[in-house]
Design a protein around this ligand. Sequence first.
Ligand code: ADP
Ligand code: MG
Length: 492
Amino acid sequence: MTCPRCPTVGTALIFLSVVHISAGLKCVCQLCANHTCETGAEGACWNSVMLIDGKEEAVKSCLSPSEMRGQVFCYGSRNVSKRSCCFTDFCNNETLHLHTERPVRGPGWSRLELAAVTLVPTSLVCVGVLLWACTQCGQHCVYRKALAKTTEDPLDNQSLMSLDKSLKDLIFDMSTSGSGSGLPLLVQRTIARTIVLQEIIGKGRFGEVWRGKWRGEDVAVKIFSSRDERSWFREAEIYQTIMLRHENILGFIAADNKDNGSWTQLWLVSEYHEHGSMFDYLNRYTVSVDGMVVLAVSVASGLAHLHMEIIGTQGKPAIAHRDLKSKNILVKRNGTAVIADLGLAVKHDSLTNTIDIPANHRVGTKRYMAPEILDDTINTGNFESFKRADIYSLGLVFWEVARRCTVSGICEDYQLPYYDMVPSDPSVEDMRKVVCDQKLRPNIPNQWQSCEALRVMGKIMRECWYANAAARLTALRIKKTVSQSFAKDIKE
Ligand code: ADP
Ligand code: MG
C-alpha cells in the first residue's frame, strides 16, 4: 500500500507531531482569559496575521478539532493574510509578519544552515516513519484529511471576506463548512473592525448595545468595558458552542477586542432586530392570538434547542440560560422571537455530569427567579435543576405575552410579573416572601378561558410555576402543546 499524497519533509514533521498528540494543547490566545487556551484532542495552535487598514493584525488562538476538519485555517499564504498551525504547547508564541525583511547576517550559522544541519538527518528518519504511518492510519489520518480539505473546500478568509458577501452568505458558508461553531477568528475580527456604530439601542448589565452598519447591513454591537472581560469572553464562548445556531436563538456574528491605546473595548456582534426586546415590543404593541402563539412557540423552540443535548462529534451540550426574561428575548420583524443574552448560561458535560463553570448561586434577575433559587434549596448537582428554573421564568414570560393578547377587542396593559405584589426593584427577600412563603403567582384572568389558545397558555403557565420543580413541563412539551392549541384554534 502506498500513501496517496507525497508530503514534503516539512509536512512530514508536522504529521509526526500530530500523530503524537492525544490530549489537548496549550496555546497563546490574545482573546482568552490569561491569554491561554486549550485545544481538544487533535486540535492545533493557530497563528495568523492579516493586513487590516494597512496595519498588520496578528491573531493567535486554539483551533478545535472541528475547526481543523471543517475549515482551511492552516494553509493560506498570500500577501494580505498568512496563517499557520502548529502542534506543540505554546508553539504559536512567535509573531508572524506579512513582509519578512532579510535578516542582517550575524556571526555563527544562519537559520537556513542550522535547519539544514539539524533537519536533514531527522527528516530521513521522519520520512521513513511517515511512509509506515501512512500505510497504517487509513481513513483516520488527521493530517491527510486536513490536507485533502485544502483542495476540496475553498472556504478561507479570502473567499469569506470577498466584497459581495452579505452576512447571510457568510453565516451560510460557515454552517455548511462543517465547523458548526462560528466564523474563523480572523473573519470575526475583520467584520468587527469594519463596523460603523450608529446609535445606542440598549443598556444592560455590562454596558451599551449599539446599532451598527456593516457593508450597509444593520448589526447589533454589545460593548463591554475591559473590567467585564470575563463576561464578554463567556458570552462569546457560549454563542460559539458547536451546533448552537437556531432560528430562535440570537445569531452571533463576531467577538473582538479592540485596543484604542488607553483601554480595551470588547465587542460582541450579533444580528440586529429592529423591534428590540420583547419587553419593549409588548409595551408598544398588543398581539393577536396568532401573534401570541407565534411568539410563545418560538421562545419555547429556542429554549428547547438550548436545553437539548445533541450527542455525537458534531453534538451540542445541554445549556441552561439562567436569566430568561422579556428583556433578554428579541422580536424579529416577522413576529417570531429569539433568545438573547447568553452571558449567564451554563453548559452540561453529560459524561462527567458537571457544569462548565462554578455555579455561583443566585445569578439572574430576582423578579424571574424560581422559588428554589430564592430559598436556596436548588440542587445544583443536578443539571435538570437549572433547566427547570428556566421553565419557571418561561411561564412568567408567557404571562407577559398573554396579557397583551387581544380577544374581542379586549386586552390588558403591559405589566411585569408580580407588578402588584412586590416593589419596583425587588430584593431576593421581597420575592422569597411572595413566591415561596405566600406561594403566590401572577393572576390568570377568567376571560382567558373563552379562547382556546389563551386557555392553553394559562394551563401551561400553572405547570411552569409548580413549587415542585420536577413537576414542571419541559420546553419541548410546551412547544408542542402551544403549537397544537394553535391548530385547534384554527379549526374552531
Ligand atoms: P445585557 O447583558 O447588558 O443585559 P442584553 O444582551 O440583554 O445586554 O441587551 C440589552 C438590551 O439591548 C436588550 O434588552 C435589547 O433592548 C437591546 N438589544 C440587545 N441585542 C439586540 C439586538 N441584537 N437587536 C436589537 N436590540 C438588541
Ligand atoms: Mg440582558
